[in-house]
Design a protein around this ligand. Structure first.
Ligand code: ZN
Ligand code: ZN
Length: 467
């Protein structure tokens, strides 16, 4: 089942790495739970731990890793896939872009770990990433096989081999099921168990940052929810299995019962965390915009960052999710768009990448990369490869230059129809809700569950809009 990566030529600077890469065999892959129901509406680029491996691995097991003289590694698909449902990636893992060596930015994307955590490495090299996110286990399942120590070794050795400073450039994403704010004992225990397990996996893999959604107060008061989150973090800090891993709170798009839609929510959690050296924040650019924080102009950006500093403190900012937004400012909708094509626009990202305070922090793309090819929805990783280079190129670029204006205009036009489609939809829904004067009463369990799912489904949101 494993994506077998056979090193055909060892890199003399790190011989052990190639040996370990050679050692990847099917028997080392944790067995996948059979018969998992496919509840999801559509797979997205980063949610494929459970569903895509079977397809992908069939296609890629003959792929080879070839180290070239300059130490760069190329991935060559040696044999055409037999599956009819393969993606473009299956057929070609050669780097779409080389990793930039001299940029102040650490930009990357949320890559797949289908087939094992070690597969994050070829996937990030494929798109030329200098930072990355991944899921440490299936993000929609409570039960997961433990981290396989052999695969963990492959990951650690692979990072060394490719000069990937995993401690500072990797930001795994937590499970969507976990709600650390939950007051009920059994649910609390379950959520904490998954959280602790993820932090432990990070520590084993040499990862220092761990991003997660703070939670929701559907079943408690906001104050109690925030207290529960902080308590869980404090508890995890005291467990030696978590090493020095820093839990990173992600800013959220929604207000209401979602915790983390305001900077104050985040600050309130941090206030209750005892070990302040081991807590961080990740700004998701789409989320904060949807929650009402503007970053489109240099002035708006400066004001938002000042707010962040005043309320939370910039020293807690450990990472960013860089996504444009298909919905308007203060829409409270979590709808990621490709860089420059949404309502944030390219200027917002120019503001961000030219802020030297953010240089060195992992910036992770969670932008949609599904495209239609031959009547099928496939992932086009070239989109991320392009976006990484685009963000790097924006550093120091004059916004009055022809180059910037052309880029801005082209991306603005590329996103026009999608902005109109989604923006209109959101606007219509807002008006409809207002007309119906939906009472703000406590939601039923089913409604709350649906609402929570909406809040946590980032890329899946597109499907919600079809309703
Ligand atoms: Zn997230
Ligand atoms: Zn995010």
């Amino acid at each position: 089942m494993a994506k077998k990566l056979a090193a055909t030529q060892s890199d003399s600077s790190s011989p052990s790495s190639s040996e370990n890469l050679q050692g990847s065999t099917a028997s080392q892959v944790p067995s996948k739970a059979k018969g998992e129901s496919k509840k999801r509406k559509a797979p997205t680029q980063d949610e494929d731990n459970d569903e895509k491996p079977k397809l992908r691995n069939r296609a890629t097991k003959k792929s080879k890793v070839e180290a070239t003289q300059d130490g760069q590694t190329t991935f060559v698909a040696a044999k055409k896939a037999t599956s009819t449902r393969v993606t473009a990636k299956d057929l070609d893992l050669a780097p779409l872009q080389e990793r930039t060596q001299d940029s102040n930015l650490r930009v990357g994307a949320h890559v797949s770990t289908a087939g094992g955590v070690q597969n994050a490495i070829p996937n990030l090299l494929h798109i030329g990433a200098n930072a990355f996110a991944m899921f440490l286990k299936n993000q929609r399942k409570w039960t997961n096989a433990p981290l396989d120590s052999k695969l963990a070794t492959l990951f650690v050795d692979g990072c060394k081999k490719h000069n990937i400073d995993v401690g500072s450039c990797c930001l795994p994403h937590g499970s969507y099921l976990v709600n650390l704010a939950h007051p009920e004992e059994t649910r609390k225990k379950q959520a904490y168990g998954s959280f602790l397990d993820d932090l432990t996996r990070c520590h084993t893999l040499g990862i220092k940052l761990y991003n997660f959604h703070p939670g929701n107060s559907n079943a408690s008061t906001r104050e109690d929810g925030i207290k529960n989150i902080a308590e869980n973090i404090n508890c995890a800090h005291k467990d030696p299995a978590t090493g020095e891993v820093i839990p990173v709170l992600e800013t959220m798009a929604s207000l209401g019962n979602t915790i983390g839609g305001t900077f104050k929510d985040i600050a309130d959690i941090i206030k209750l965390v005892e070990n302040k050296d081991r807590i961080g924040v990740c700004i998701d650019t789409c989320h904060i915009f949807a929650a009402g924080y503007d970053v489109r102009t240099p002035e708006a950006y400066a004001a938002t960052m000042q707010d962040f500093d005043n309320i939370i403190g910039l020293k807690y900012l450990k990472a960013l999710h860089v996504n444009d937004s298909k919905a308007l400012l203060q829409s409270c909708r979590d709808l990621h768009a490709r860089i420059g094509t949404g309502y944030l626009g390219l200027r917002a990202f120019h503001n961000i990448v030219n802020d030297q305070r953010l240089h060195g922090l992992p910036m992770v793309l969670e932008t949609p990369i599904d495209i239609m090819r031959d009547g099928k929805k496939v992932e086009d990783k070239a989109i991320w490869a392009r976006e990484i280079k685009l963000l790097e190129k924006l550093v120091g670029m004059d916004v009055e230059s022809e180059e910037f204006k052309t880029l801005e205009k082209d991306l603005y036009e590329e996103g026009l129809s999608e902005r109109e489609r989604v923006g209109d939809q959101v606007d219509r829904k807002k008006k409809k809700d207002a007309a119906e004067k939906v009472p703000r009463k406590k939601k039923s369990k089913k409604e709350a569950k649906k609402k929570f799912k909406e809040n946590v489904d980032e890329e899946d949101e597109d499907e919600e809009e079809e309703e």
